[in-house]
Structure formats: C-alpha cells, structure tokens
Write a protein that binds this ligand. Structure first.
Ligand SMILES: NC(=O)c1ccc[n+]([C@@H]2O[C@H](COP(=O)([O-])OP(=O)(O)OC[C@H]3O[C@@H](n4cnc5c(N)ncnc54)[C@H](OP(=O)(O)O)[C@@H]3O)[C@@H](O)[C@H]2O)c1
Length: 286
C-alpha cells in the first residue's frame, strides 16, 4: 500500500492500542469513535479526529473498523459511512462479526468500487499493544497483499483464509477453541478444589504441563487473584459463540460451550473478563 493515510473507526479496548501502533510506525491516522471523548487521548498523541464516519473517507485511503459486533458495524455503515465511499479506496474490518454480515457489507461497498477485507484478530489487549496479534483475512489476494504493510505493524502473523467472510469464519472457529480452553481451565480447577486441592496448587501443575497454553498462562493470575476486569469481555465471547451457532456450528461440545457462556451473560457477567466463567460455574458472585 503506497499511501499511509488510515481512517480508524472504533476506539475500544483493542482499537486504541492498535491505533497507537500504527501511529508509532509512521502512519497518518484519523480516528472516529461514537463516544467522542475516547478519542481525546489519541488526539494529544497526534491522531486527527473526524466528526463522522462519512468525513473519515475524505482523510483516508484505507478505512479500518474495529467495533463491538454486527449491530455496531451495520449501524456505522448505515449512518452515512457508505456516503463518503470513493472508488479505489479500501475497507478493512477487524471486528469479529458474522461472515454473512461481512459479505453483505462488502457487496454494498463493491458497488462503489471499494475493496473489502475482513481481518479479525486473535490475541487480546496485551498482544494488541505489542503488535503481536494474529490476523485472519478474507478477501482477494491482491487486496491482502496491499494491506500487508498495515498487518505487519499490528500483528506477528497474518493468513489469507479464503474469500470475503473466511477471516471471520476462521475467527469463530478460533474463539470456539478459546471458550473451550477458558471453561476447561475453570472446570479442572473447580473439580480439583472439590477434591481438596487449592486453585494455586492446581494452576501451578497445569502451568508446567503439556496442557498449558497461552490462555491457561494468561488467565492463571485472574483465577488466583479474583480480578475479572475485562481484557476480553465475556459479552464478546458469548457473541462469538452465538455467531458460530448461527453459522451452523452443531457439534456437541460447541453447543454446550455456547449455552454455558450465554448463561453467564444472562447472569450479568457480560462486562467482566471471559475468565469470569470460573466464578460463574462455582456459583459465586463477582
Ligand atoms: N478485547 C479483546 O481481547 C478482543 C480480542 C480479539 C477480538 N476482539 C473483537 O474485537 C472487536 C472490538 O473489541 P473491543 O474489546 O475493543 O470492544 P470494546 O472495548 O467493547 O469496544 C467496542 C467499540 O465498538 C464501538 N461501538 C459499539 N457499539 C457501537 C454502535 N452501535 N455504533 C458505533 N460504535 C459502536 C464502541 O464505541 P463506544 O466507545 O462509543 O462505546 C467501541 O469503540 C469485537 O468484535 C471483539 O469481539 C476483541
């Protein structure tokens, strides 16, 4: 991508550190966020502000969206986003949304001559800060190659998974596995505790064993310390499992893990970290 002008929509837990990485790497970044106050800190660090999604098109050659869910993404597109769209520009959506939504929005922008990639990420806030995300991309090979300089600053690896929607299909598969990892860790610790083993001891063994992985290591401190402030909000994982089932996931574990996280969401844990599935399964309040 010759141009370095990026327009960014969505300044949540992930968007802010990702924008910082692009700015540090010399990209010219203009940002928009529904709650404008969240853009102030980035303005002080050198980002330009756009008053609306439509206005962002004027300042950017590539527009990147990183918002909560399908509804958020569609509402941005419906609220004048497409009005500013210009032929020859590109949209990269890095949110986790349904592959069907990706294809629908991509088709509408294609009618205006705008290229579209879905490029959701694996990795939470820390990898976002470190530029160590793993990026799963759906779209055309040439568009993917054009976006590689951007992906190279945000992530440690990117993979073209197939056509538009394939990035999000891969992401839903990843987050099904993530949910299994999180709930599996919680269930093992609960079982051990019921047999008289304290969580710290059980987690220490898990940490040294073949079943240790990034999730078990990252979430051990949460489970031991009881800190459930959101790095990856439980509501987002519940949403991803809902999307997976909506896209046809039918295997028994997948259905069970979907139901478990929907129940935790219904119990009011949506704003907590996904690790709050542990106290939920224990029947404790957080
Ligand atoms: N956090 C993680 O660890 C992680 C990891 C991988 C992937 N993801 C995915 O990345 C995406 C963003 O995650 P996040 O953790 O950054 O989410 P977040 O902290 O909840 O931020 C959500 C962003 O979406 C915007 N938004 C929500 N509803 C909107 C609407 N109706 N119209 C316009 N904007 C709206 C919010 O704007 P306001 O500021 O105005 O609310 C905010 O900028 C999600 O799809 C998530 O599943 C997250």
């Amino acid at each position: 991508m010759e141009s370095k002008k990026i327009g960014w929509i969505g300044l949540g837990n992930m968007g802010v550190p990702m924008v910082r990485n692009l700015m540090r790497s010399g990209f010219d970044v203009t940002v928009y966020n529904r709650t404008a106050a969240k853009a102030e800190a980035l303005k002080e660090e050198g980002a330009k502000l756009a008053a609306s999604p439509a206005a962002l098109w004027e300042a950017a050659d590539v527009v990147i969206t990183m918002v909560a869910d399908d509804m958020a993404l569609k509402s941005i597109h419906d609220a004048g986003f497409r009005d500013g769209a210009r032929s020859g520009k590109m949209v990269i959506d890095m949110s986790t949304v349904s592959p069907a939504t990706t294809r629908e929005l991509a088709a509408k922008l294609a009618a205006k001559g705008v290229d579209y990639l879905d490029a959701p990420v694996a990795g939470s806030v820390k990898p976002a800060e470190l530029g160590q995300l793993v990026i799963m991309v759906g779209g055309q090979q040439a568009c993917y190659e054009a976006a590689l300089p951007i992906f190279g600053k945000l992530g440690k690896a990117s993979f073209l998974m197939g056509g538009q929607g394939a990035g999000n299909a891969a992401k839903l598969a990843m987050n099904t596995l993530l949910a299994f990892n999180m709930q599996g860790l919680a269930e093992a610790v609960i079982f051990a505790r019921e047999k008289g083993i304290v969580p710290e001891a059980m987690l220490a063994v898990i940490g040294q064993s073949a079943v240790a992985n990034g999730v078990t290591k990252m979430k051990t401190a949460n489970l031991v310390g009881g800190d459930y402030s959101a790095s990856f909000a439980l509501k987002h994982l519940a949403k991803d499992l809902r999307l997976a089932v909506g896209q046809g996931m039918h295997t028994p574990g997948g259905i069970a893990i979907h139901d478990s996280f929907q129940q935790a969401l219904a119990a009011g844990l949506g704003e907590k970290d996904m690790a709050a599935i542990f106290p939920f399964l224990e029947g404790k309040k957080v």
